[in-house]
Design a protein around this ligand. Structure first.
Ligand SMILES: NC(=O)c1ccc[n+]([C@@H]2O[C@H](COP(=O)([O-])OP(=O)(O)OC[C@H]3O[C@@H](n4cnc5c(N)ncnc54)[C@H](OP(=O)(O)O)[C@@H]3O)[C@@H](O)[C@H]2O)c1
Length: 437
């Protein structure tokens, strides 16, 4: 955990701030996850924090338009006047964050660097442009208030093909040399300005720590006695949420505490009776799925998915959204991917919005990406030839469910939301052969 470093003529505190994990987090999140293009519009929350103030400055230096949010008038002035943000606002003075972002980004947001989660994330997603990217770095507003979970509009994620990805800086050490040389050059030329907020002595640790959650700090909070952290999420009974720990974990560095959720008890895989009836028999016996379950018979979807995926889920193809998306995110492996295809459970009942656990998304570096098939015509030839081969060889079984006549259209349509159809639903308006003379 210890590394030697060369201060390169900079103050020692830079090693735990701009030239340490805060800097790498800002650099990796913006350039690897956000993938900015010149002229794009970037929004950063907790923009005066140790990560946020650097994200904004890197994005400006790269040629983007940058707006930040922070929790006081002084911080807003600092962002605009000293750090060169194009604009900034005090989120505590706004009653409608969606409308506020619309005001600051009338043409939409291309990249949202999310440090806070909750309502700000929902508001940013509502204002994102097509193909927008959300780099989910942290969800500080959710750490102290578990009820404040973000429920992003998944229809926006899909229709706008938004990429939504959690990340940890520690996975991007391959960028370290680039990051250090770019940042040192910017520091030497005065193009970047690191904010630091230094408290002295061990006695200052509790107030320094709680200050982070009250917006007390500006920039990197460096504490001269290293290695104090608060457990934000833990499956290890020895470490409970909100415990303070001292040791090798320091603010800005994270460790997954192994045990609990990581140790998986093997459960006997007894098949529910419903496997043998109806659609489940089709999925298992006719279509060769390894397993299948009737979600309507399950009272706890998280536990259900845990039973079916004791070693976790790598890819979730989401057609329904709502609680199933939450349960899938809770059961995903590190670097899991969610292809957000549709949210039928949310279309029929808007109160059923998914509230996925953002802490899972960050720590497990989960990528959620909305998509529309019409953007992928480049795959058409491959798709057709592979599918035709599989059809001819009888290796793929298309399911079709055909109703007859115009009169059946309304019931066919409402039937989607009741789950009446099996496979592709067609309404036959007129028989092909009967229309021939
Ligand atoms: N993924 C990674 O690898 C990685 C690495 C480092 C940090 N992080 C995460 O990134 C985020 C920012 O870290 P940081 O080091 O920049 O933070 P920081 O310097 O500790 O700053 C925290 C700031 O967040 C703001 N804040 C606190 N509670 C808030 C709330 N309820 N709503 C909105 N803003 C709130 C406060 O400023 P205001 O006055 O603006 O409210 C506070 O000063 C955190 O969520 C952290 O967990 C992730």
């Amino acid at each position: 955990m210890l590394r030697k470093f060369d201060p390169m003529g900079f103050p020692l505190s830079y090693q735990v701030g701009i030239l340490g994990f805060s800097g790498l987090t800002a650099y990796a999140g913006l350039f690897e996850i956000g993938k900015p293009k010149k002229g794009e519009k970037v929004f950063v929350s907790a923009a005066s924090g140790s990560v946020g103030h650097l994200v904004g400055q890197y994005a400006k230096l790269f040629g983007c338009y940058v707006v930040g949010s922070a929790g006081s008038k002084e911080k807003v002035t600092l962002l605009k006047d000293k750090l060169g943000f194009d604009d900034a606002f005090n989120y505590k003075e706004e009653t409608d964050l969606k409308a506020a972002l619309k005001r600051y980004f009338p043409d939409g947001i291309d990249i949202y660097f999310d440090n806070v989660g909750a309502e700000m994330q929902e508001a940013a997603i509502a204002n994102m442009n097509t193909y927008g990217r959300v780099a989910v770095c942290g969800v500080i507003s959710e750490y102290t208030d578990g009820k404040k979970r973000a429920a992003p509009e998944m229809l926006d994620v899909i229709y706008k093909r938004i990429k939504f990805q959690g990340f940890l800086a520690a996975d991007h050490l391959n960028l370290y040399q680039d990051f250090i040389s770019t940042t040192c050059n910017h520091l030497r030329s005065g193009a970047i300005y690191p904010l630091e907020d230094i408290s002295d002595g061990v006695e200052s640790i509790p107030s320094a720590f709680t200050g982070l959650f009250q917006g007390g700090n500006i920039g990197k909070k460096a504490i001269d006695a290293n290695g104090v952290a608060k457990v934000v999420v833990s499956a290890n009974p020895e470490f409970k949420r909100d415990d303070l720990v001292v040791g090798l974990i320091s603010w800005g560095e994270y460790e997954l505490v192994k045990g609990g959720a990581m140790i998986r008890r093997l459960e006997p895989m007894g098949f529910p009776l419903s496997y043998h009836v109806g659609i489940l028999a089709i999925l298992k016996e006719k279509l060769g799925f390894d397993d299948a379950f009737n979600y309507k018979e399950e009272t706890d979807l998280k536990a259900t998915l845990k039973r079916y995926f004791p070693d976790g889920i790598d890819v979730y193809f989401d057609n329904v959204g709502g609680e199933m998306l939450e349960a899938a995110v809770a059961n995903m492996n590190l670097f899991g991917r969610v292809a957000a295809c549709g949210v039928i459970s949310e279309c029929a009942d808007a109160s059923k919005r998914a509230v996925p656990n953002m802490i899972d998304i960050v720590y497990k570096r989960i990528k959620i990406q909305g998509f529309l098939s019409t953007d992928h015509f480049d795959l058409h030839q491959d798709f057709i030839s592979m599918t035709c081969d599989a059809l001819r060889a009888g290796k793929i079984q298309p399911l079709e469910d055909i109703s007859n006549g115009v009169d059946s259209i309304p019931s066919a349509f409402t039937g989607f939301f009741r789950g009446d159809n099996i496979g592709k639903k067609f309404v036959r308006i007129a028989g092909f052969y009967s229309s021939l003379p």
